[in-house]
Design a protein around this ligand. Structure first.
Ligand code: AMP
Length: 417
């Protein structure tokens, strides 16, 4: 695998998989250009070297069909503005030969949404998995996917993958395309390098104590990560809606709090494993309960395992917040994924805020802190603390899979010969 920093793009056409899946309003205006800005270091390096850029991305879920609602033409001006140069547009990503041929050093061509073709995702369309013909359809689609990837590869001399958000998918543009480039002509972009390094800091290059904070609504969606982290962390804070599944599993009374009744045994198993492995498992002891799932409900502080009927735990209580901060502040490696309460309601942000502020303190004291997974990123942004942690990941599913210890196809594809 080549390294972007050492590569000279002069006179080369570079096809770059970016994640321009940006949110749009109903008029097609970009409402948050974080992802476009995230790709700029890579794109600017290629242009500064004297290379030309072919940008490819998906947007939304058009399910293999052309759909103007998901057209990347809508973001062309935003990309041009961010890059400070004109951006040409190819309205059909699989038929862009002419536009590519005309591309001169320093010029930029944006290809239309890759997912207008089912070949990008490589899943057969319009056929159920239970259908006896499914396997044959899948095989055929995989062949079509290779052809599609080969076509995209034919546009360029070099392939750069800078789309961390889709690195956990084995799609034509994120992985299959890499087969059509020699090892010296395929690489990760700067954003991908940073993401991969951040995950390595958490999983491989651990400075202790290591504290992981997992929150959010459910245990079930986080179990893979919890299990992988159990062998690595010193402190494991489990918070948010999960609190009440643990409280109920241990015989607590949780009122109408969110709970996964089919995960009570799993919760007990996590408690047991933590003990066996010497992990300091920290669960909420008190909570801010509300009498309805809304911001302006009545509230009270009560034990997380003794919530009256008609009330539900919506945030971490003051004693819990203190216990969280006590574990986080002296830590040297910190991972945070998932809020400690219903942070979308302003009256239930205290738990998540306490975590964010403790992480900032630890970071000031030299800890490496990684915040990732949609909602915790939304939290640090809401609190204006995103710049005060070591790294805020751009990847949702990709980050979670990487932390689970899975190899990301988008990373593996450029590393393999
Ligand atoms: P997840 O998608 O599993 O990471 O969960 C994030 C969601 O969990 C956010 O929308 C929070 O509002 C929600 N959440 C956190 N704490 C609670 C709670 N105590 N009760 C209900 N939802 C919660």
């Amino acid at each position: 695998m080549a390294k972007i920093d050492n590569y000279n793009f002069a006179g080369k056409k570079a096809i770059v998989r970016v994640d321009f899946n940006v949110p749009l309003d109903e008029n097609g205006n970009v409402t948050d250009d974080t992802r476009i800005r995230g790709a700029l270091p890579t794109l600017k390096k290629i242009l500064a070297d004297g290379g030309s850029l072919i940008l490819m991305s998906h947007m939304g879920k058009p399910k293999g069909k052309v759909n103007p609602k998901f057209s990347l033409a809508q973001i062309r001006e935003d990309v041009a503005k961010a890059l400070g140069t004109d951006v040409k547009f190819a309205p059909d990503c699989a038929n862009a030969d002419e536009a590519v041929a005309e591309l001169k050093p320093g010029e930029v061509l944006l290809l239309e949404n890759l997912r207008f073709y089912p070949e990008e995702e490589g899943k057969p369309v319009g056929i159920d998995k239970a259908d006896p013909a499914y396997d044959a359809a899948k095989k055929e689609m995989k062949e079509r996917q290779k052809k599609f990837a080969e076509k995209l590869a034919s546009y360029a001399d070099v392939y750069v993958n800078d789309a961390f958000g889709t690195a956990h998918r084995k799609h034509a543009s994120t992985a299959v395309i890499a087969d059509y480039f020699q090892p010296e002509n395929k690489m990760l972009g700067y954003l991908m390098e940073k993401e991969v390094q951040a995950v390595d800091n958490i999983l491989k290059d651990i400075k202790r104590p290591f504290t992981a904070i997992m929150g959010g609504s459910k245990v079930s969606t986080k179990i893979g990560i919890i299990e992988n982290l159990m062998d690595k962390v010193d402190n494991l804070i489990l918070c948010g809606g999960m609190t009440y599944t643990f409280a109920k599993a241990q015989g607590g009374k949780i009122g109408m709090s969110i709970v996964e009744d089919d995960k009570l045994d799993l919760a007990l198993d996590i408690i047991k494993k933590a003990k066996e492995k010497g992990v300091n498992l920290i669960l909420g002891t008190d909570c801010v309960a509300g009498d309805a799932f809304k911001n302006d409900c009545n509230t009270m502080i009560c034990p997380a395992n003794d919530i009256p009927d008609g009330w539900e735990g919506l945030d971490a209580g003051p004693e819990t917040r203190e216990a969280f901060a006590e574990a986080i502040i002296p830590s040297k490696t910190i991972l945070w994924n998932g809020p400690a309460g219903v942070f979308e309601f302003d009256n239930f942000t205290a738990g998540s805020r306490a975590i964010a502020e403790a992480i900032v303190k630890a970071t000031e004291n030299g800890a490496f802190s990684l915040v990732g997974g949609g909602d915790s990123v939304a939290c640090v942004n809401k609190f204006g603390l995103a710049d005060s942690v070591s790294y805020v990941s751009t990847g949702g599913g990709a980050l979670l899979e990487a932390i689970e210890g899975k190899v990301l196809p988008g990373v593996a594809a450029v590393k393999e010969d």
